[in-house]
Write a protein that binds this ligand. Structure first.
Ligand code: FHN
Length: 607
């Protein structure tokens, strides 16, 4: 049948559009330039909630500090009185910015208005702001803007565009205002847009606006807001949480780090302890080691690390935060070359020993574990021309590259000094002849282990009702249907007997406590052999990349895989316990080499 000419060209156009990847938008690419180079920023949650600091009328209020108004259902008229007590006499913009600089952070994102609706900047739109309503009267954002410009840091603003528990038409406050009577567009037009105009007009160049929790906002409303930002400051980025995919980059869930390299630009907001806004009884600080691991891991997956501090009502960044940030900064002084402007790892998957970042002609191996013997990397096909530790740049490292054509395996072996030069993460810089070329397929690692994340699995849904999905961290969740399966293919280099370990994960919703469900019977079939066993509690371990949710380890049996080559592996549940409505969560399948017979005494290593 002949198509009429206009229809034919429409069809061809649609086909072409679906085949060609979307062209990058040049304006957006320009905006993202500094942000991709920065890789590390400081998040600051500061507002009236720092006054109660997690306690209301003598009682501790559970949850994150900046949510106290909502959690304790504090009436607007009572919460407003906190403004009269907000007098941060120790606030010093230069000191805060200096701390960010010392930490190696390149941008600061500060709450200009959080969900409590209080503007932390001088505003003509509403008197509910730091200049008009507090005894402090100073516009802290003016001071921060001057300090940032002086010290060469990008100033950025957080702005809560949907939730506003103070405004009768903003979202979230259902204890003072009837939700069904809210006129959300009125709130957007009369408060949000004029506020956004102010923060983009009165504080010099702004790096980005970090919108958050895009509830009830339509695509048109998100787009209007993004257009407003770009019409005032074309170079200002808009965070993904503006909603409806109109942001300039994507935001991961809070404290979540994905399990693979992402092809798009993304950022993870992370807390130093558990809260964002200051809480006097939250002392659950992440170690400096964890922070550096997260920084390099995020960079290796194409992301930015936005690390939060919650200053006190006096205007002081808590000492444990400042100490850790300075320690991260000391590490960056030595190893920053491997972080700033770093491109992601050429391998899509994670390594247990650390992370990889890249630059043209270079790969950086971030070793979070110092190897007992030589360090080995599988799958790198490019020729390495030199290797050195960033902490000892004057001392070239010995290395060798071997190619085993039968096993289709490339091995890089690097001889390292017996002790790590850095306390937390040591970085080996490799120079390559040309671009990094690697085997990107899932494969056994030099220690004999095979680790398979659901993020790389083929998901076999038994029915259209199956709810199983893979979350931001790469964890298979909502697995309630025992007929659902996950399957992988991986390359085995050395056969043997393997322990089959299933790594389950605490759930995303909460940290600690009752957020995990076990008791499922699960079958793993690898290379044609099946083992069935139970997912049991009892072995919970911290997860180095996502410490907020612990891993739960269950060994369900052993398989013997003798032949080199590609192996199929499938996980299928026989029965799922779902009484707590969490079901089976799977973060990783591991095949761990069962103990080989004792090796002959090791020869002394030559150095
Ligand atoms: O509800 C907020 C929360 O208070 C905090 O601001 C975080 C930071 O990413 N964002 C929201 C929850 O995702």
């Amino acid at each position: 049948m002949r198509l009429l000419r206009p229809f034919r060209s429409l069809l061809i156009g649609l086909l072409a559009a679906s085949l060609c990847p979307a062209q990058p938008d040049p304006a957006r690419e320009k905006r993202l330039g500094w942000w991709r180079e920065a890789r590390f920023g400081m998040f600051i949650h500061w507002g009236l909630y720092a006054v109660p600091a997690g306690e209301w009328k003598g009682k501790p209020i559970a949850g994150i500090g900046e949510w106290i108004m909502n959690r304790a259902k504090i009436p607007v008229r009572e919460y407003e009185l906190l403004a009269g007590q907000f007098n941060p006499v120790k606030f010093n913009a230069d000191e805060w910015v200096r701390l960010a600089k010392e930490a190696g952070q390149k941008y600061i994102v500060i709450t200009s208005k959080h969900h409590d609706g209080f503007a932390m900047f001088g505003s003509q739109v509403s008197p509910y702001n730091i200049v008009s309503a507090t005894p402090f009267k100073r516009d802290v954002m003016k001071e921060l803007s001057a300090a940032c410009q002086k010290q060469g840091i990008k100033l950025c603003f957080y702005y809560s565009q949907s939730q506003d528990w103070h405004h009768p038409d903003g979202l979230g406050n259902t204890w003072d205002y009837d939700d069904s009577k809210k006129n959300f567009p009125k709130y957007l037009n009369e408060l949000v847009k004029p506020h956004v105009r102010e923060i983009l007009t009165n504080y010099g160049p702004i790096g980005l606006i970090w919108f958050d929790t895009p509830q009830r906002i339509t695509r048109a409303q998100s787009q209007e807001l993004a257009d407003l930002v770009h019409s005032i400051q074309p170079d200002c980025l808009v965070s993904g949480r503006i909603g409806n995919e109109v942001g300039d980059y994507q935001s991961m869930g809070d404290n979540q780090i994905p399990a693979r390299v992402m092809s798009y630009d993304w950022e993870s907001p992370v807390t130093l302890n558990d809260t964002w806004g200051f809480k006097k009884d939250d002392h659950n600080w992440k170690s400096t080691r964890t922070l550096i691991h997260q920084l390099v891991d995020i960079a290796s997956k194409n992301g930015n690390y936005l690390l939060n501090v919650g200053p006190t009502a006096e205007g002081v960044i808590p000492q444990p935060s400042a100490d850790r940030l300075r320690e991260v900064g000391q590490w960056i002084q030595v190893n920053g070359e491997a972080v700033y402007g770093a491109q992601p790892s050429p391998y899509p998957y994670e390594f247990e020993w650390g992370s990889i970042t890249a630059k043209p002609g270079k790969l950086y191996l971030h070793l979070t574990e110092w190897p007992k013997r030589d360090f080995m990397l599988y799958g790198l096909k490019s020729k390495v021309t030199s290797a050195r530790l960033l902490a000892q740049p004057g001392t070239p490292l010995k290395f060798a590259q071997i190619q085993d054509r039968t096993a289709r395996l490339n091995v890089l072996r690097i001889t390292l000094p017996s002790a790590a030069p850095d306390k937390d993460v040591s970085v080996v810089a490799l120079e390559l002849a040309g671009k990094p070329v690697v085997d990107t397929g899932l494969a056994q690692q030099p220690d004999g282990k095979v680790s398979l994340s659901p993020i790389f699995a083929e998901v076999g849904k038994a029915s259209s009702n199956s709810a199983i999905s893979i979350d931001n961290r790469g964890v298979a969740t909502r697995w309630f249907n025992p007929e659902d399966k996950l399957s992988w293919k991986f390359r085995l280099y050395r056969g043997g007997t393997f322990r089959v370990v299933l790594v389950s994960s605490e759930s995303r919703g909460a940290a600690g406590g009752d957020n995990w469900e076990g008791g499922h019977q699960v079958t793993v079939t690898a290379g044609g052999q099946s083992v069935t066993g139970a997912i049991n509690d009892g072995d919970r371990r911290p997860n180095a990349r996502n410490p907020r949710w612990r891993d739960v380890y269950s060994e369900i049996g052993r398989v013997s895989l003798r032949t080199q080559g590609m192996v199929d592996l499938t996980v299928k549940a026989e029965s799922i316990a779902a009484a707590k409505k969490m079901g089976f969560t799977l973060r990783e399948v591991q095949l761990v080499k069962a103990q080989d017979p004792p090796a002959p005494p090791a020869k002394k290593r030559r150095r």
